[in-house]
Design a protein around this ligand. Structure first.
Ligand code: NAD
Length: 374
């Protein structure tokens, strides 16, 4: 790593139990008087939306509480209209990567540059990591099949991120496990990224440690606040590592599976990650040795590719312990084996896939991986 180049972003991060209470003070300091909140419906049911309403009072002008997964274009148009009608000055995304992505997409649509883009505030309640990045996606449902298009706009990086572990206590076990594997995947693809840098590697290495310490305890004891706090820290570090690098085959493929086949992002991550690690092992084994060591693989004296294959076997078992689907045929969303060649074709055109550390020269390589994962 003698030469590197990366962007970092101006963000205020507030982390810790009860940190949602700081929302009012920071919004005041930002000078925002008219805010809009985007969330999932579950945030209404579990009272998190009411908590924000109580904190912001009359400054919260509009609430859109039914953001669907993968930010659908129809909903996006609806939220943009609401933001314009209500003369919004800042937008909050609370929940998983989808409402946070919606907030970024709306800010991008309404602002022309860094000075006019209105601020995004992110309050993550899953481990997906979108709060740390300038990237968002919109699913074009008018295409058949639908296709998710991602954009990278530094003006919409959330200016304030509030990580309050209290808001994750009701995240159900399946979402805990699947979005936790998404966080792990951010660390793994950051460690072997073609754009890796000292900060991404340090954040990813520490992230892996916190995730392995806490993800299973969060899955088995969802109300363990200490484990929830450590897992949120792991996902923050994973998001930080993700923000300054390009991802590879794994993430590009998960985006295609989500946008086109509507597979939930975390579920796609749990199925694809071990296969993607195995696919890349010849090129990336050395970078992943710290992860293997964290998984208690005795790496000393082993050839790196052998250690990584042992890690892959252990990872299948680890993901299985959280009862997550491990085959694409079990991913739901009506996916058929006959869809795989088309998905491989789409993935081959995906920009993120093309940044994979092991060059991908034809779509058959991806089709083979998908068949292994079927
Ligand atoms: P999601 O936002 O679609 O949410 C999944 C489910 O979690 C929803 O049903 C929601 O209601 C539920 N949920 C969230 N928090 C909850 C809580 N505390 N209690 C109960 N239920 C809760 O899923 P996600 O996996 O968080 O995010 C995936 C989306 O984010 C994908 O579209 C993905 O592409 C995107 N993403 C983007 C980035 C980026 O850098 N831009 C990074 C990661 C993911």
């Amino acid at each position: 790593m003698d030469q590197f180049r990366y962007n970092s972003y101006a963000q205020e991060i507030i982390f810790g139990v009860g940190s949602l209470d700081h929302l009012s003070e920071v919004v005041e300091r930002m000078g925002c008087r008219r805010l809009m909140l985007c969330a999932n419906h579950s945030m209404q049911v579990n009272g998190h939306i009411s908590a924000v309403e109580n904190i912001l009072g009359e400054r919260l002008i509009s609430v859109f509480d039914r953001v669907h997964s993968h930010v659908q274009d129809v909903q996006f148009d609806e939220v943009v209209s609401l933001a314009v009608e209500n003369n919004i000055e800042a937008i909050i995304g609370m929940g998983g990567g989808s409402p946070i992505g919606m907030a970024k997409a709306v800010s991008a649509a309404l602002g022309k540059d860094a000075n006019t883009a209105f601020p995004v505030i992110a309050i993550p309640t899953t481990y997906a990591g979108s709060e740390m990045t300038p990237v968002y996606g919109i699913t074009n449902t008018k295409e058949d099949p639908p296709r998710k298009v991602t954009a990278n706009n530094p003006n919409v990086v959330p200016r304030l991120v509030i990580y309050d572990p209290n808001l994750t206590l009701d995240l159900p076990p399946k979402l805990t496990g699947s979005t936790g594997i998404n966080a792990l995947a951010h660390c793994i693809e950051a460690l072997y990224s073609i754009k890796r840098n000292p900060i991404s590697t340090a954040a990813a290495t520490s992230g892996v440690n916190h995730i392995f310490n806490s993800l299973l305890p969060c899955y088995t004891h969802p109300d363990d606040l200490e484990a929830r706090t450590e897992m949120l820290l792991g996902s923050h570090l994973a998001g930080l590592s993700l923000a300054s690098v390009t991802m590879g085959l794994h993430h590009g493929l998960c985006h295609v599976l989500g946008g086109t086949a509507n597979v939930p992002h975390g579920i796609a991550n749990g199925i694809i990650l071990p296969h993607a690690i195995r696919f890349n092992a010849e090129t990336t084994a050395t970078q992943l040795l710290p992860v293997a060591a964290e998984m208690e693989i005795p790496v000393v004296g082993l050839k790196p590719v052998i250690a990584i294959e042992a890690m892959v076997q252990k990872l299948f078992h680890y993901i299985g312990q959280m009862n997550l689907p491990q085959h694409l045929r079990d991913a739901g969303a009506g996916l058929q084996e006959s869809d795989l060649p088309y998905l491989a074709e789409l993935a081959f055109q995906n920009h993120t896939v093309q940044n994979n550390p092991r060059p991908i020269t034809n779509e058959m390589q991806i089709a083979e991986l998908l068949r292994d994962a079927w």
